[in-house]
Design a protein around this ligand. Structure first.
Ligand SMILES: Cc1cc2nc3c(=O)[nH]c(=O)nc-3n(C[C@H](O)[C@H](O)[C@H](O)COP(=O)(O)OP(=O)(O)OC[C@H]3O[C@@H](n4cnc5c(N)ncnc54)[C@H](O)[C@@H]3O)c2cc1C
Length: 502
C-alpha cells in the first residue's frame, strides 16, 4: 500500500515527544525538524507521480500490490537498477540526500542474514522478519537506520572498552523481550521516521556476543532518546525555492534500557554473523551511494553550468574542462552502481546482493571527489557565493534598487535570477548546512578507508601478480603451465554464464 505525504505527516504528528533539541523536549512539528520531514514527504509525493511509476514504485513480492521502492526487497537485477535510478531522481527533487535509502538497505541486509541464521541455527528470525516486512509495506513505513555505535576508544574492541556501553548491547533477556543499552551516533532522519532499524557496526568475537544484536523499534519507543541536531538552508522570506524548504537531522540515539519485544529481535548473540550483517548493510548502502552521489553531482554540475552562463564564461576552455571533470565523476560512480547491480548474486533468501567490489569502488570515488566538486563549483562561481548580501537587502526597497542594478551580469538575465542562483550555491557550499553535507559525502556509508579495506578484502590481487609473472617470464612454481592465471578458467566460465543469462 502507498500512503500520501499528508497521511504520513499526520502519523508523524501523533508520535510521542522524545526529541531533545535546543535544550527542550520537542515534537515532530518543531520548525527546525520540518525541513528534514519535507524531504521524506517528497518520497511519498513522487511515488504518487505517474512520471516515476515503476522507478520510485515497485511491485511487492508479497501480494503483487504497488509499494514505494523504499519499502521493497530487491529480488532482481532490475530492482537494484531501479533503486539506483530512484535515488538519483529523488535527489533532483530536494537538492541533496533523499535519506530514505538507509532503511531500505537495512531491510534487504536483514532479509538475507535472517534467512542464513535460520538455516544455520534453526532460529525463527526470518519468519519474524517476513512478518515485519508485511507490516512495513502495508503501512508504507519510513525507517532510519542506526548502525554506527559511539565506539569510545577507536583502538579498542567493543569488549575492551572502559565503558561497556560504547557499543549497543543486550543487558538482560526477559520473557517479553530483551533489554538494550547503549548509543548510536550520527543517526540521520530518526527525528522524522516511523521506525528505526538497529544493526551491529562490526565483526564481533565470542566474548562480544551481547553486542551481536539486530532489532527494530518505533522511533518514539519508551526509553529511546533522540538527541537531535537539525540542518537546513537559511529560511527564505520572499524568494522561496524548493531546495530551501528541505533539510536534514542527525541524532545521538540513546537506548536507556529499552525493552525490545522478541518479535522485533532479528539477531541476538550470533556473533559469527554480526560482521556479515554489518558488511552486507554497508554493501547495500554503498550501492545506494552509487545512485545518490551522481544525483548530488548533478545538482553541483547544474549550478556550476548555470552560474557560468550567468557570468558569461561557460564557453571558456578551463570551465568546459572542469565541467567534464564533474560529468566523469558522476557517471563513473553511476556506472559502478550499474556494474554492481548487473553482477549481483542471489542470496539463499532470493534477495539479490550487489557486487561488493563495484559498490565499494563507486562509493570510494564519491568520497574522494566531494571536495573537488565543491572546489569546481566555487572557483567558477566566484566570491559572491560567500559575500551575497542577506535576503532582507533584496526585499528592502531602499537597497533593492541598488542590488537590482549592481547584481546584473549577462544580458537578459534578471537580477533576481542571479540572486537566486548565488543564494542556492551559498546554501550548498558556504553554509553550515552545506558543510554537513560535504562531510556526509566523505563519511556517510563509511569513511573512504572503510571502502579501501572492503576492496582489498574482496579483490584477488594474487591473480594480477600471476599475470605479471607470466608476462615477465618469471618462474611461478605455485602454478602448473595449464593454470598460469589462478582462477582464470572459473572467471571465464562465470562470465560465459553471465552473458548467457542476459
Ligand atoms: C552526515 C552524516 C550522516 C550519517 N548518517 C548515519 C546514519 O543514518 N546511520 C548510521 O549508522 N551512521 C551514519 N553516519 C555515520 C558514518 O557511517 C560514520 O561517520 C562513519 O562510519 C565513520 O565513523 P565515525 O564518524 O565514528 O568516525 P571514526 O570511527 O572516528 O573514524 C574517523 C577516522 O579515524 C580513523 N580510524 C577510526 N578507527 C580506526 C581504527 N580502528 N584503526 C585505524 N584507523 C581508524 C580512520 O581514518 C577514520 O576515517 C553518518 C555520518 C555523517 C557524517
Amino acid at each position: 500500500m502507498m500512503i500520501t505525504s499528508d497521511q504520513w505527516v499526520e502519523r508523524q504528528l501523533k508520535m510521542r515527544k522524545n526529541i531533545h533539541m535546543g535544550g527542550d523536549l520537542v515534537g515532530r512539528d518543531h520548525p527546525q525538524i520540518v525541513p528534514g520531514r519535507n524531504v521524506i514527504a517528497k518520497t511519498y509525493d513522487i511515488a504518487q507521480d505517474p512520471k516515476y511509476k515503476g522507478i520510485v514504485t515497485a511491485i511487492s513480492h508479497l501480494d503483487g500490490q504497488e509499494v514505494n521502492r523504499w519499502c521493497n526487497l530487491h529480488f532482481s537485477i532490475e530492482d537494484l537498477l531501479a533503486k539506483q535510478k530512484s535515488t538519483r531522481c529523488g535527489i533532483h527533487n530536494c537538492g541533496f540526500c533523499i535519506q530514505r535509502c538507509m532503511g531500505n538497505d537495512g531491510l534487504n541486509a536483514l532479509y538475507v542474514v535472517t534467512r542464513e541464521l535460520d538455516d544455520k541455527y534453526n532460529t525463527d528470525y526470518h519468519k519474524k522478519f517476513q512478518e515485519y516486512i508485511k507490516y512495513f509495506q502495508k503501512n508504507d513505513i519510513t525507517s532510519a537506520l542506526a548502525q554506527t555505535d559511539v565506539k569510545g576508544d577507536r583502538t579498542k574492541r567493543p569488549g575492551q572498552q572502559k565503558n561497556p556501553d560504547s557499543y549497543v548491547r543486550v543487558v538482560e533477556k526477559k520473557k517479553d523481550g530483551i533489554v538494550v543499552r547503549g548509543s548510536k551516533a550520527h543517526i540521520t532522519m530518526v527525528a522524522y521516521s516511523d521506525e528505526v532499524i538497529v544493526l551491529p557496526t562490526r565483526v564481533m568475537t565470542e566474548e562480544e556476543k551481547d553486542y551481536a544484536l539486530a532489532f527494530t523499534l518505533p522511533a518514539d519507543h519508551k526509553n529511546l532518546h533522540i538527541i537531535n541536531r537539525a540542518s537546513s538552508p537559511r529560511p527564505r522570506k520572499i524568494f522561496k525555492a524548493p531546495m530551501a524548504e528541505c533539510g536534514s537531522s542527525d541524532a545521538v540515539l540513546v537506548f536507556d534500557d529499552v525493552v525490545v519485544p522478541w518479535e522485533r529481535v532479528f539477531m541476538c548473540g550470533e556473533y559469527k554473523e554480526a560482521g556479515r550483517l554489518a558488511l552486507l548493510f554497508a554493501n547495500y548502502h554503498r550501492h545506494a551511494y552509487c545512485g545518490c552521489k551522481p544525483g548530488v553531482t548533478d545538482v553541483i554540475m547544474g549550478f556550476t553550468q548555470l552560474v557560468a552562463k550567468y557570468s558569461g564564461v561557460e564557453k571558456v576552455q578551463h570551465v568546459k574542462h572542469e565541467m567534464a571533470d564533474l560529468i566523469a565523476v558522476a557517471e563513473l560512480i553511476y556506472a559502478a552502481g550499474i556494474a554492481s547491480s548487473v553482477n549481483a548474486q542471489k542470496s539463499s533468501s532470493g534477495v539479490m546482493i550487489p557486487d561488493a567490489i563495484y559498490s565499494n569502488v563507486g562509493r570510494r570515488l564519491a568520497g574522494q571527489n566531494i571536495y573537488h566538486e565543491h572546489d569546481v563549483l566555487v572557483s567558477i562561481a566566484g566570491g559572491l557565493t560567500a559575500t551575497l548580501p542577506f535576503e532582507d537587502e533584496f526585499i528592502n526597497a531602499e537597497t533593492a534598487r541598488f542590488l537590482d542594478k549592481y547584481m546584473l551580469r549577462k544580458d537578459g538575465v534578471s537580477a533576481e535570477d542571479i540572486h537566486r542562483c548565488f543564494r542556492s550555491i551559498g546554501d550548498l557550499s558556504c553554509s553550515s548546512f552545506g558543510g554537513v553535507w560535504q562531510i556526509a559525502g566523505v563519511h556517510g556509508g563509511g569513511s573512504p578507508i572503510m571502502e579501501t579495506i572492503a576492496i582489498l578484502a574482496n579483490y584477488d590481487l594474487q591473480k594480477k601478480e600471476d599475470i605479471a609473472k607470466y608476462l615477465a617470464g618469471i618462474n611461478n612454481p605455485a602454478k602448473k603451465d595449464s593454470e598460469i592465471f589462478s582462477g582464470e578458467e572459473d572467471d571465464l566460465d562465470k562470465f560465459r554464464k553471465f552473458i548467457k543469462a542476459r
